[in-house]
Design a protein around this ligand. Sequence first.
Ligand SMILES: [Zn+2]
Length: 301
Amino acid sequence: MQYVVMDLEWNNVYSIKRSGFMNEVIEIGAVRLDEQLREIDTFSHLIKSQIGKRLRGHVRALTHLTNEDLQSGTPFTQTMAQFRKWIGNGPVTVLTWGDTDIRVLIENFKLFNGFDTLPFLTYYADLQKIVQAALHLSTTQQTGLSAAAAMLGIGEDGLSLHRALDDSLLSAECLRRVFSENLVEQLTLPCGEEFYERLRFKAYIISDIHNPNVDPERMRCFCDQCGREAQQKSDWIFTCRAFRAKFFCPHCKRPLQHTVRFKQYYDRLDIHSKTVYLEPPKEEEQASKKAPPRMETAMKL
Ligand SMILES: [Zn+2]
């Protein structure tokens, strides 16, 4: 299997057609590696912008590209046709640092070419995930390319960071340092329907207590002191992106507040819960607290 490590630069622009902001790709860089991870070829193209006529300040500062550069490239559709040809038909795994570049590319393909899949993509792997796994970093954090390169002892001399080709060369070096065929294979995805479904899926917090994934078992509250099950003393309310209710431990005479948050991902559900001691309200406040909970947020499980 050969590898193509790809990187994009983009400009945040307002699209009238989509009546909203989007990221317009302005540069693509890629390096092709053989089975032994030796560099075979590179691809580097500026893309002539069709929506944004001016670069945003932070993009200009980051990339050192100019508004003139933006006009000097070839349009997106032509550049991508060349890129597809460059990738060829052999088995290739495309890698990017994090999957944002792939998402942005799909967005651009949809707008300029009218379809929402990438014709050059047959296998894909997120290089950030590979490096994080190899370095035993937590999957909840997102390590930047520069930070990862530093951790791997890779110097950035002679590279212009935040330019597409140099970022892809640096990414390729990260791949070389951590490479194991098993690990890469494990994290390589075939780019069929499920691949795009997964990318399109937006993780969300469950706010409806009747959602079948809200497991009543996970809503039970156990005393933080004695570990016995506490009694529920209020309806559940949804607040601060979580379900919350008051409980009471009869053994410790301890008022408790139990909070449970359900976050739905494409293929997993994250459940976070915590139980804290609930300080009883002071005498003078109690009078004003008599109002019943608001109807729209009070829920029975
Ligand atoms: Zn207790």
